[in-house]
Design a protein around this ligand. Structure first.
Ligand code: NAD
Length: 258
């Protein structure tokens, strides 16, 4: 059976990897996010052609509820109701709290937390009607533990884990499963961008940030791969994962075991 998936923030990094993997598993996929229009069209066309599935693109800004509603309306009209929702879009900002720009705080809460509320409230009615749905929230190790200078991100990620648990309970008898994946550091553009900022905030070199801050947290001393996270997301859509609900699934080389 061909199912329909939306992956938010999937023009780059982890979301792109999850969209590719869900398509490879035979699902129709809506990709979303910002970037160069030609590159996004190339990605959309290759996901569709390589996997013989439908792949659509939505340019919805996930901080804007009306644009999220338009993305869902477009998806339902062209591909049918959403069966698999992956809330992945997110940004980071690294700064001491007393210097934290108010606009960055508001953006991170809107994108990394509130967007999942809007997508979920739009997805759940059809999932309930179909007695089947999978919601996968890409949280973070920072949903379970904190780091300094990431107050908005840590607050949003802890928040999305609470949201995950609440919706897992609401959907449990309706065939809906809601889980959070909590990756450690994955070397995507999001992480590349914070290396320089973290160096500045801590007054150390970029090499020292990678060795002493990022990989210091991960006992394996290795970055997590996008494909590691994508494989977990696909697993959560299988029947074998049917009793996994409301879980925080760490993929962090042992970070939060410490
Ligand atoms: P990334 O920067 O590579 O990708 C982010 C995606 O979100 C891009 O497609 C971008 O266009 C999109 N996006 C940004 N603002 C948007 C908006 N307003 N509306 C719609 N789309 C928007 O980042 P990534 O590292 O792949 O991160 C993806 C998710 O994984 C985030 O939620 C992040 O917090 C989480 N995460 C990342 C890491 C890591 O180490 N990279 C670790 C744990 C969790």
């Amino acid at each position: 059976m061909t199912r329909t998936a939306i992956v938010t923030g999937s023009t780059s990094g982890i979301g792109e990897g999850i969209a590719q993997a869900l398509a490879a598993a035979g699902n129709n996929v809506v990709i979303n996010g910002f970037g160069d229009a030609a590159a996004i069209e190339k990605l959309r066309a290759s996901i569709a052609a390589d996997n013989k599935v439908e792949c659509l693109y939505s340019n919805a800004d996930m901080t804007k509820p009306d644009q999220i509603e338009a993305m869902f309306a477009m998806t339902k009209e062209k591909l049918g109701p959403v069966d698999i929702l992956v809330n992945n879009a997110g940004v980071q900002h690294v700064s001491p709290v007393e210097e934290f720009p108010v606009a960055k705080w508001d953006l991170i809460i809107a994108l990394n937390l509130s967007s999942a509320f809007h997508t979920t409230r739009l997805a759940v009615p059809d999932m309930k009607a179909n007695k089947w749905g999978r919601i996968i929230n890409i949280a973070s190790a920072h949903a379970l533990v904190a780091s300094p200078f990431k107050s908005a991100y840590v607050a949003a990620k802890h928040g999305i884990l609470g949201f995950t648990k609440s919706i897992a309970l609401e959907g449990a008898t309706h065939g809906i499963r809601v889980n959070a994946i909590c990756p450690g550091y994955v070397r995507t553009p999001l992480v590349e961008n914070q290396i320089a900022d973290t160096a500045k905030a801590r007054g150390i070199s970029e090499e020292a940030v990678i060795r002493d801050v990022l990989l210091a947290a991960q006992p394996t001393k290795e970055f997590v791969k996008v494909s590691d996270v994508a494989a977990m997301a696909v697993f959560l859509t299988t029947e074998a994962a049917n009793q996994i609900n409301g879980a925080a699934l760490s993929i962090d080389g042992g970070w939060v075991a410490q």
